[in-house]
Design a protein around this ligand. Structure first.
Ligand code: 5CA
Ligand code: ZN
Length: 409
């Protein structure tokens, strides 16, 4: 699949900082030390509805990760998937009486537009589940042949007991895992499974549903977790730097994915850090396509809201916090954008070097975007109150805000 166009990332004077980030697996902060090419996999959308502010907040967090790396003059190898066949997509297409392929294409196209407008850097490999199937089938066959997977009425399940490190991403107790598994696409109550938590790797063809040739597995379609593993291993290999997603993906999705990969390769861990963004709520509840309490990026854009203001609204919250979208959040962001634009529209101003360092320091410390915004606010206030004599300083600030925060002033 094609991704979306990249906005340019200006180079900044001085030295970028290495990223310290919270890793769900260790429960603490890790300083990442990627080689010259940092490797990141971020779980993509299931395209059955438009991009909402919760999605955008999560992608914003991983965009910042990349901007910090780029500032250290590293290259970034970024991979993202599109879950373009799965139960929720098929169910929505059925409910609305439309073709599931057309629905997925339409929503993926809108996602690309939203990401472009928000200046999110595109992945080098943007891969759909359907196009990944030829790579998924041999992985499932290998897991089965190694005894890490088993068949149940034609479906193939992964045996969580085959990975000695199962549980080390999310560290949840058995009861919580069972509950979350039922809520998030698993089937813990299906009779005949070796362990209720075992996730499906390959679903045998169902009447009226799309299916693909699965070689010795028979016709069917892939499970959700193996989709991301196949794509990540194909394009990044084991031991990549960051696997990212919202906190609702820690279990079962990232836990199961790590186990699949570890059982396949005998290596540990799949990712050096598992990084999770908090959940954005609307009217007191997590924004979710299934509940329908959504504010879409595309609706705001159509209403004439500047995408830079949407981005500032996201950046005003720490990526790990759960927070609530309100009209006030957007109004504050619009006002801030106005203040910043006025401050950089003069040829000279207060010195910019210290501000660039403050933004770098804030982001390197577990992506503290709110602290970065506060630093820019202080510079803009100084410019407004007293101005400054540093020629070109506003240009430096403008480039730093663009390069490190993805906001074009
Ligand atoms: N296709 C899978 C991942 S392989 C999936 O979870 N798709 S999704 O469309 O449901 O979500 C896309 C991303 O947005 C995921 O990282 C998810 O954790 C995140 N996300 C979903 N809802 C919210 C929310 N309310 N707040 C923050 N992030 C969210
Ligand atoms: Zn995923």
């Amino acid at each position: 699949m094609h991704a979306w166009p990249a906005s340019e990332v200006p180079a900044l004077p001085g030295q970028g900082r290495d990223l310290r980030i919270h890793d769900t697996a260790t429960g603490g902060s890790v300083t990442l030390d990627p080689g010259p090419v940092a490797r990141i996999y971020v779980c993509g959308i299931t395209p059955y509805d438009a991009t909402h502010l919760g999605h955008a907040a999560t992608y914003n967090a991983f965009d910042l990760v990349q901007r910090v790396w780029l500032d250290t003059k590293r290259q970034v190898h970024y991979v993202q998937n599109v879950t373009d066949v799965d139960d929720p997509l098929l169910e929505r297409a059925e409910r609305d009486g439309i073709d599931w392929v057309a629905l997925a294409e339409k929503e993926t196209a809108l996602f690309r537009e939203d990401m472009t407008a928000l200046r999110m850097l595109p992945p080098q490999h943007y891969i759909g589940a359907v196009e990944a199937i030829p790579g998924i089938v041999p992985l499932v066959e290998r897991l089965r042949d190694a005894g890490a997977a088993y068949e149940l009425e034609g479906d193939v399940y992964f045996s969580v007991e085959s990975d000695p490190n199962f549980g080390t991403v999310s560290h949840l107790d058995a009861a919580t895992m069972r509950l979350l598994s039922a809520e998030r696409g698993g089937d813990p109550d299906r009779p005949g499974k070796k362990n209720p938590l075992d996730p499906m790797l390959w679903m045998a063809a169902r009447e009226g549903e799309p299916s693909w040739d699965g070689g010795s597995l028979g016709r069917g379609r892939p499970g959700w977790h193996i989709e991301c593993v196949a794509i990540a291993l194909d394009h990044l290999g084991m031991g990549f730097d960051v696997q990212g997603g919202g906190s609702d993906l820690a279990f079962p999705h990232h836990e199961m994915g790590a186990s699949h990969a570890q059982a396949l390769t005998g290596e540990f861990p799949m990712a050096k850090a598992y990084v999770h963004a908090g959940m954005v709520a609307l009217h007191g509840e997590k924004m979710s396509k299934s509940k329908g309490n959504l504010v879409f990026v595309s609706t705001l854009r159509q209403d004439g809201v500047d995408p830079a203001a949407i981005r500032l609204a996201l950046l005003a919250h720490h990526y790990r916090a759960d927070w609530e979208w309100t009209d006030q959040v957007l109004e504050d962001a619009v006002a801030r954008l106005g203040r910043w634009r006025a401050a950089v529209s003069r040829p000279d101003g207060p010195p910019a070097e210290a501000l660039v360092e403050e933004i770098r320091e804030a982001l390197a410390a577990d992506l503290d975007a709110p602290a970065a915004l506060a630093a820019v606010d202080r510079w803009a206030a100084l410019q407004d109150e007293r101005g400054g004599t540093d020629e070109g300083a506003p240009g430096v600030v403008s480039r730093a805000v663009d390069a490190l925060l993805g906001v074009a002033l």
